[in-house]
Design a protein around this ligand. Structure first.
Ligand SMILES: [Fe+2]
Length: 271
């Protein structure tokens, strides 16, 4: 069985002078998420970061992010979100084999597939430079189709920043994945995909896509208020930050847990 943790929407922010403020919310929140993750009795085999790693896409933010992730002893797989900058992300993770292989052109998507304890993790790039919505387009969809076709018998988790299913919060759906039907058609051709999981929403949610359970991940920083009534606007709320943990069995079973950040110790044993 593979255990894949998912941290998302970290939004590490730089101060006015370009320096990252150590006392700022997202820095503290990421530190707390990392220590919560490390306190889990079963240590994840890998951590996927489903985009919006930084708030402004600045090199100083990525440098700080890289340092804050350094306590994680397992492989970490960064992905781009609409707040990210591919060049700056690639530069900060230049020592990362999977990221380095994605090329050096600013237009080259940060997309790759890796093996995690016998499970495949396929990291997509749904970002559109200069825009908040997501789009895969023909080339990236063809890459996804080919990549999934290369290992049809290995249980696979596909990760995106923009969720490919409707969330119900208009603010998010209005900047969703605009070719989600084409994305779903690719997933439909590959039955080994046992989970699609995304960021962008700043909330845990569960939907479906091409008959597969699909999830979104809480933000390590700020959660989005569950307001299904208001078009065009959204509010952040003080709900606990958190992350997700996906358990994927060799038999293709897949279970997702949402874990709030914090020092929650067992209170008493139950027999
Ligand atoms: Fe975000």
């Amino acid at each position: 069985m593979a255990i894949i943790a998912q941290l998302s929407d970290i939004h590490l922010a730089a101060g006015r002078d370009g320096e990252v403020d150590d006392g700022s919310g997202p820095v503290r929140a990421l530190r707390a998420a990392v220590s919560s993750l490390l306190a889990l009795p079963a240590r994840p085999d890998a951590v996927v970061l489903t985009g919006d790693l930084t708030d402004g896409g600045r090199p100083a933010e990525y440098a700080r992010l890289h340092a804050l992730l350094s306590p994680l002893p397992m492989a970490v797989y960064p992905m781009a979100g609409n707040h990210d900058d591919r060049d700056a992300l690639r530069a900060a993770f230049a020592d990362h084999p999977a990221v380095a292989e994605t090329g050096s052109s600013p237009q080259a998507p940060v997309q790759y597939a890796v093996n995690v304890a016998g499970v495949r993790l396929v990291c997509c790039d749904t970002t559109v430079e200069g825009h908040p919505h997501g789009h895969m387009g023909e080339d990236r969809l063809a890459w996804l189709d080919d990549t999934l076709g290369a290992a049809p018998d290995v249980p696979t988790v596909v990760a995106t920043h923009h969720p490919p299913f409707p969330i119900g919060i208009r603010f998010i759906d209005d900047m969703g994945l605009d070719d989600s039907s084409a994305f779903a058609a690719v997933i439909a051709r590959h039955p080994q995909v046992v989970r699609v999981t995304s960021g962008h929403v700043h909330r845990g949610s569960v939907g479906s896509l091409a008959g597969r359970v699909s999830t979104t991940c809480p933000s390590t920083y700020r959660q989005l208020f569950l307001d299904l009534t208001r078009p065009g606007r959204a509010a952040v709320t003080g709900e606990p930050a958190g992350f997700a943990v996906h358990l994927v069995g060799d038999d293709g079973s897949a279970t997702t847990h949402f874990v709030p950040t914090g020092s929650y110790r067992p209170l008493m044993d139950v027999e």
